[in-house]
Design a protein around this ligand. Sequence first.
Ligand code: IPE
Ligand code: IPE
Ligand code: MG
Length: 234
Amino acid sequence: MENKIPKHIAIIMDGNGRWAKKRGLPRTAGHKQGAETIRKIAIACNDRQIKVLTVYAFSTENWKRPEEEVDYLCKLPKFFFQRYMAELKKNNIQVRFLGEIERFPKETQNVILTAAEETKQNTGLILCLAVNYGGRREIVLAAKQYAKDVLEEKASQDLDEQTFASYLMSKDMPDVDVMIRTSGELRLSNFLLWQNAYAEFIFTDTAWPDFDESELDKAITEYQARDRRYGGLK
Ligand code: IPE
Ligand code: IPE
Ligand code: MG
């Protein structure tokens, strides 16, 4: 039990815009630097034998931002994989994604699908990008599919948690152990609502572009010191 390595770390990568503003740069410069932090933290998680790292890159609510910023964020996966794919592959990292990517430009969709396809045999860290992802949306889509399967007599009406979880986008992934949010905001912003049910939450004031390996290690150490009771007694 002691010094247990978390299986699944999820991160709400927040503060890119404020990081850039503080430096007199456009918000997009913060997103660019934030992409570099994803690379760094993915490699660090892989080195630490963590199984899954899910990063919140674009929420279903982020479409509300100015068009210029949305356009930039839509192109970011292309930039990210062009620049970092070779290194991710070298490190045996598998890429996955959560979210409805259909709403992104075709080119972005292809880049994401190709990254997942080209790394699907890799056995190291699963780097999962949450893109056009929303926790409520995920649950609604799962409920719709389940209802359809019941109507078509492909699923039993006797629904349990395990079966419902198999309809979620995260179906093959363990629940979240550590949920980190950067940049001082203390909320979930519609991230992994189901999967975070028993996660340990860690908040830091550091903006995502400044988050580094030592902050990651601090979060892991704090997680290891927590007493996870799952409603029982200890
Ligand atoms: C997080 O940084 C990245 C995304 C939401 C895409 P923000 O862009 O939210 O940065 P702040 O919170 O405005 O500083
Ligand atoms: C959450 O950050 C979404 C991502 C990190 C992708 P936001 O910056 O969009 O969240 P709010 O608006 O502060 O809740
Ligand atoms: Mg934000």
